[in-house]
Design a protein around this ligand. Sequence first.
Ligand SMILES: [Zn+2]
Length: 294
Amino acid sequence: MNKIGQTINHRKKLKQNIKLIHEESLFVKNSGTDVPSGLYEKCPQCDKTINTKLNIENDYICKHCGYHFRMRAIDRINFILDQDTFIEKGIGYITLNPLFQNGYEEKISEYKKLTNLDEAYVYGFGQIFGEPCVIGVMDSYFLMGSMGSVVGEKVAKTFEYAIYKKLPVIIFCASGGARMQEGIFSLMQMAKTSAAVAKHSSFGYLYISVLTDPTTGGVTASFASLGDITLAEPNALIGFAGPRVIEQTINQKLPEGFQRSEFLLKKGFVDQIVNRKDLKKTLAKLLSLHRRVN
Ligand SMILES: [Zn+2]
């Protein structure tokens, strides 16, 4: 099959995926309760029961307390980009098992089936209120959005493609960190993605990093923290090591709200916390302010 054929097939797959997500909510699956699939979900923050369909219509925000549920990559693309503007790039990568870890290949195929994605990261061209950009989205439902060789390569390619197209990059980060099954190959991705960000930046192009719940480990320690502008969703967990590890290492109690976006905003790590309802508008504004004339 030629490349165009592949792209068309892939886009069809993405569209099917949107349908799939709306029909059988992953949030219900994850709640661990006996509520029938696709009907109700319990908010982890306020414990109130919410109608899943209404929750999806409300952009996955709890109508009682404003809790921002985690979003699948395809939902995020659907939500943030103008309709039918997304053209996916970087299709056809195959995840290998370089360290011959037991069960890794099976795990990957299981997640492929579950998420209908090839890996934990999707990127491509898109428009936000008519502003063109290259967008990358991590999916925390695919092996905790961990960064292995394929994710790292695709993130690096995101910036290469943006340089070629002379466009800004927006990445929605959501990750448990470097993928432990690929060991040092995962850690190498931190250097590779950081170099790609630096190259894109040396041409003077804009990079906006949007930190969503959760952004941790090797992803926080590389491209997620290198944005010219760093935005975050409310109450998102953002950090490197987990709080328990830090407490044990420094032998001190950590402050209230440690590693949450509000705490990081106060410390200057995040530039702005943006409610999901305002995210599209804010990104479009930033893109138009930084639009290049050449
Ligand atoms: Zn709630």
